[in-house]
Design a binder for this molecule. Structure first.
Ligand code: HT7
Ligand code: ZN
Length: 876
């Protein structure tokens, strides 16, 4: 594929007015008739041809206003259809018939089959696999869809919009017609047909309209859709209450399918979900599963306004809908659960996924300016950093002006396909503030490094902050401009109260937000009665790396007194990090780690503090991960040393805190029947964390075996199994527990994915053999993305020691599997390959092996655009 550049954007020559689609569904020979009404845009050359996109299409008919088009007047190629001699200005109708084979479609893009269900996925460029079409997000049209299928096997025929009607056809087939009155781009088209069970409910909107809600799942799984339905109704209410957004069709449908490349898809009125993010009950879903379902149901629903009513002009603007919608789903979950704990989880995720992307060969701006394969830009940078940029706008403007800007956006751009510039202008117009410098967050890749030093002058009662920002070079962007960084901070006095300055010089400070806008900036605060402890980046107000030398005593002070709970967690985390880095260094030298007992005390005190909510204390006990430590060290990494150092720190904490942990295991037991609510989930999280430390302290499997036996929900059961498998991989009781778990859940693929995942993350030498053996297990299925992600993906992304073997076998194994997967599902292959994105920060022996494995992939014949794009960028 060639490189597409933002600067080459041109509107289409022809305007699409209407789309009429008729599908005659058949597993291997589906006929599609597309009737498209166009007219030439004003001032476009009368000789300009109509050029439509296509992908692997077989065309069986082509008409202009119902007349055959002479072969001399069109060219049908692999990836495009060009039609000449079209009317100068009058509307005309093009009728295209194509024949497609859903059964043979393994890419899961376009129309495909999953468990005898017909299903589509059109974002980003899947619609062109159904018919020739102007397949780009700035072409908005009104669609009518007719679906014909065998009634016995496909009693259910669904598409976007409102149901018009349907009937039997007398030949064993039946049809249904759907009309979507809202103009939409082709990527939001959907069709689902098959035999499914349904859960139904209704929602009454703020203006009093009744909306029919339907969630379609495999027959027999209906009870497991109850939580998703509840989450949907809460999402609809929240969007009305917080963003003033009302739903706009008479019906909202969700279909759960088991073969899906991503989490879910926001097709207009007909969301299609990976069933992992719909199905849940206490026996089979963990607390994390419930939280994910709630967040993803909300995310896709919120797209109805941020993405569907207002869409992207081109795919460079992907963050316009994704960053904004992630921000909205984050706020929703924060309102449904504990705001602080939600924020901690978000930041953990951002730092472990987005920061490495931004620091490696795949770094790109939130709003990129070029791409080869758009599928590779559904990244954590576009989604999560995009959300952080939206959050910073809210921080800069304050809640009221942010709301005013959002309202303006909804009014001004409803029904349009727009750009990031349009979005930002709404906030400038609503607030009167110039956001030109701020907008660099969209355009400059790389995580800014902010270095700060502070000095307190007792005589003058003044505090001086010297700040400096540096945005690292990233691919294609060697030099960076200084950014507008909204840094929230607190000045904590010795008694724990907060100081407020009587005057500030050297920069703008609004409330607790310091605006860092220069490369170097010195800000002076006066009227501070005694030396304060400075807490920087409260609530993680800006996605930066912060360099601030702070004593352990000061960090402990923040951990005790900050009013911002996130900052308390950050301080505790920052206390642990140097210990973990030092332990890694010791391990590398073959020396035992020494752990500072006072820091262990601080951690244990927080874990035992009953004034804090259990979920927060669980987050405190979750030490920085091995990947976090690798990122902190930055280069020449040895995953084995990191692992061993971290294990030693865990053991030291476990031994020192044995009594605390034993008490927590006792006190945090959740009685009564299972409830997935946040408070109960928090107690389970704290209890399981304590259990894990206790097992470290005792170095015996008994407690974990007992927890496995006693568990009455999937969170506790899978945690106990994880402790057993990771701590005692060779113990017979582990083998027994794994077997028992497998037999009990062999009919539930989503639970078997947990079984694969737990084993794929067992650290150390044996991992590769284990993963290879599991790939031969009858329950594994190389063409199901969830199975592949839970075994191969988890191994490569989440088992640092098992994957990064010093002999390089892990990389070669991955390369071999990527090459096998690529012809069938290139999107999935490319995604899993990104697990190697930080290969350059490994020590040289491993890095050499990694480079060679990547070169093997790059040198293979017939690579997909998806995989070759990733591998080439990683090798550059
Ligand atoms: N907007 C959706 C993106 C998506 C997707 C993209 C490429 C290939 C398959 C896909 N399935 C879903 C998901 C979302 O962000 O809501
Ligand atoms: Zn999305």
């Amino acid at each position: 594929g060639e490189i597409i550049h933002l600067e080459n954007y041109q509107p289409t020559d022809f305007i699409l007015e209407r789309v009429d689609l008729t599908f005659e569904l058949d597993p291997t020979e589906t006929k599609v008739e597309a009737r498209l009404i166009f007219h030439r845009r004003e001032n476009v050359d009368v000789n300009a041809p109509l050029v439509l996109d296509g992908d692997e299409l077989k065309m069986t008919g082509l008409l202009l206003d119902q007349e055959t088009i002479e072969p001399a007047h069109y060219d049908a190629a692999e990836s495009s259809l060009t039609i000449r001699n079209l009317p100068a200005s009058a509307p005309f109708e093009i009728t295209i018939t194509t024949e497609i084979n859903p059964e043979a479609n393994t890419t899961l893009m376009g129309l495909y089959r999953t468990k005898n269900i017909y299903c589509t996925q059109c974002e980003a460029e899947g619609f062109r696999r159904i018919t020739y079409f102007p397949d780009r997000p700035d072409v908005l049209a009104v669609y009518t869809v007719n679906i014909i299928a065998e009634k016995a096997t496909a009693p259910l025929l669904l598409s976007n919009g409102n149901f018009l009607g349907g009937a039997g056809m007398g030949d064993g087939r039946h049809f249904a017609a759907w009309f979507d009155p809202h103009p939409k781009p082709s990527y939001l088209f959907a069709l689902v047909a098959g035999d499914l069970g349904v859960v139904e409910d209704t929602f009454t909107t703020m203006s009093g309209r009744d909306i029919a809600l339907k969630i379609y799942v495999e027959h027999g799984k209906e009870p497991r859709a109850a939580y998703a339905m509840d989450a949907l109704k809460r999402s609809m209410k929240w969007d009305e209450d917080v963003f003033g957004r009302e739903y706009d069709l008479d019906i909202f449908m969700i279909v759960a399918v088991s073969d899906f490349n991503m989490g879910a898809m926001e097709n207009k009125g007909l969301n299609v979900f990976n069933d992992k993010y719909v199905l849940a009950d206490s026996e089979t879903a963990t607390d994390a599963d419930y939280a994910n379902i709630e967040a993803i149901i909300a995310h896709e629903y919120f797209h109805n306004w941020t993405g569907n009513r207002i869409t992207c002009r081109d795919w460079f603007q992907l963050c316009l809908k994704e960053g904004l919608t992630v921000y909205r789903d984050h706020e929703f979950s924060a309102d449904m659960r504990s705001r602080a704990v939600k924020r901690i989880a978000e930041v953990r995720h951002l730092k472990s996924e987005q920061f490495p992307e931004d620091a490696g060969p795949l770094a790109h701006p939130v709003r990129p300016t070029k791409y080869r394969e758009i599928n590779n830009f559904y990244t954590t940078t576009v989604y999560e950093k995009g959300s952080e940029v939206t959050r910073m706008i809210a921080t800069l403007l304050g809640a009221d002006l942010f709301k005013k800007g959002m309202d303006l956006y909804f009014v001004r751009h409803d029904g349009q396909a727009v750009t990031i510039e349009d979005f930002v202008r709404c906030f400038e117009d609503a607030s009167g503030r110039n956001l030109t410098q701020f907008a660099l967050w969209y355009h400059q890749a790389g995580t800014p490094l902010v270095s700060v030093s502070v000095e307190y002058d007792t005589a003058k009662q003044s505090l001086t902050m010297a700040l400096e920002q540096m945005v690292p070079a990233t691919p294609g962007q060697p030099d960076k401009e200084p950014m507008h960084i909204p840094l929230r901070f607190g000045l904590l006095l010795p008694n724990g109260s907060e100081a407020t300055a009587t005057s500030v010089a050297g920069g703008e400070v609004t409330g607790d937000v310091l605006h860092l806008v220069e490369r170097k900036q010195t800000v002076v605060f006066e009227g501070i009665s005694s030396r304060p402890v400075v807490s920087f980046n409260r609530g993680f107000s800006t996605p930066i790396n912060l360099h601030f030398e702070q004593s352990a005593t000061d960090r402990a002070h923040i951990a005790r007194h900050e009013s911002d709970l996130f900052a308390r967690w950050q301080a505790l985390n920052d206390l642990a990090t140097p210990n973990l880095v030092a332990a890694t260094e010791s391990a590398r030298k073959g020396e035992p780690a020494s752990v500072d007992p006072s820091q262990v005390e601080t951690l244990l005190a927080a874990a035992a503090d009953e004034t804090l909510e259990p979920a927060f204390r669980a987050q405190v006990l979750a030490l920085p991960s091995e990947a976090d430590i690798a990122r902190e060290i930055g280069s020449n990494n040895d995953p084995d040393a990191i692992h061993s150092g971290r294990q030693q720190v865990m053991t030291a904490i476990a031994k020192a805190g044995r009594d605390v942990f034993a008490r927590l295991v006792e006190n945090m037991a959740v009685s009564g029947s299972f409830s997935p609510d946040a408070a109960s989930a928090g107690r389970r999280a704290l209890r399981n964390s304590a259990l894990s430390y206790l097992v470290y302290a005792e170095n015996q499997a008994e407690r974990a075996i007992k927890a496995f036996r006693d568990a009455n929900n999937m969170t506790d059961l899978s945690q106990a199994l994880t402790i057993l498998a990771h701590r005692f991989p060779h113990d017979v009781s582990t083998t027994e527990a794994l077997d028992e778990f497998k037999i009990r859940f062999e009919d539930n693929a989503l639970v078997i994915d947990k079984w694969f995942g737990i084993q794929a993350t067992i650290p150390g030498d044996g991992a590769l053999q284990r993963v290879k053996a599991l790939m031969d297990d009858p329950l594994f299925n190389a063409s199901n993305p969830n199975r592949v992600r839970s075994l191969l993906g988890t191994y490569a992304f989440a088992n640092p020691t098992g994957f990064n073997r010093p002999d390089g076998e892990g990389y070669r194994f991955l390369a071999k599997n990527i090459l096998a997967m690529d012809p069938k599902n290139p999107q999935l292959a490319a995604r899993i390959l990104t697990s190697m994105r930080s290969w350059r920060s490994l020590e040289s022996q491993r890095a050499d092996h990694a480079r060679n494995a990547l070169r093997d992939i790059a040198g293979a014949s017939k690579l997909s655009a998806d995989v070759s794009d990733i591998v080439e960028r990683m090798l550059k």
